[in-house]
Ligand binder design. Sequence first.
Ligand SMILES: O=C(O)CNC(=O)[C@H](CS)NC(=O)CCC(=O)C(=O)O
Length: 287
Amino acid sequence: MTEQKAASFIAACVQMNSGRDVAPNIAAAGDLIRAAHAKGAQLVVTPENTTLIEPDKKASLAKTPYEAEHPGLAAFGDLARDLGIWLVIGSMPVRAEETRIANRQFVFDPAGRIAARYDKIHMFDVDLATGESHRESAQVRPGHEAVIAATPWGGLGLTICYDVRFAYLHRALAQAGAIMLTGPAAFTVPTGEAHWHVLLRARAIETGCFMFAAAQVGTHAEGRATYGHSLIIDPWGKVLADAGTGIGVVTAEIDTSLVKKARHAVPALTHDRSFTRPAAPLSAAGE
Ligand SMILES: O=C(O)CNC(=O)[C@H](CS)NC(=O)CCC(=O)C(=O)O
């Protein structure tokens, strides 16, 4: 894959507050995607779980059809085609097997075809000090494959939410040809306040990639809250857009020549060294 193609374009992140019913979420996302297109966006990214945030696991399974029957597929494919844009649905949960779902990202090309799919690899299984607990792996079948979509502007590496904490995934994507990364999310408020900006900026800086991180925001069903602050970041780590805590759309002009510039200035992506894993800490007494 060549590193640079068409030089410059407008990208957008949609920030939304998805609820527990699929149809209104598809409609709300559609309105925001149209608003992004009206601002000139040629690539639009929506948050994790765009089509459903249903805390009840039984209900969530029941509301999550297999991909072929999911109304979001047709709706978003048609929308991408009607607007003539590259559309990334940050994730749309789909049934993967009888009792498990996949947290799947879809890239639609301007003809409305699926250009790429990615299943979230890292599962958010945590117990926060605030009492908030998540066991994503109880219902989600994790992915095993890193994916890069080919766009007219260059490779777009796909990640989802908690993946942002795993630098090696982003590094692998960049080393395999990504010059841009997606990082759609439904981040918690406490981890967002402490970690969101710094994690995303670090991934952009380490990889010399643009980062498009569209986020869920506000209060969802059963009091679940998400952090918002959708970000567009350049390869030097500069925040080009921050959506704050409202529902809406942010855009930024993406000058892909900045990728080469950042990687030329600091070629860390090509400076990997191999080393043996540490066997164990050295004893306090010393050797
Ligand atoms: O819960 C749902 O309804 C849908 N799933 C999500 O929102 C996902 C998995 S639980 N959220 C995250 O990965 C947050 C990561 C995060 O907040 C962090 O890494 O700090």
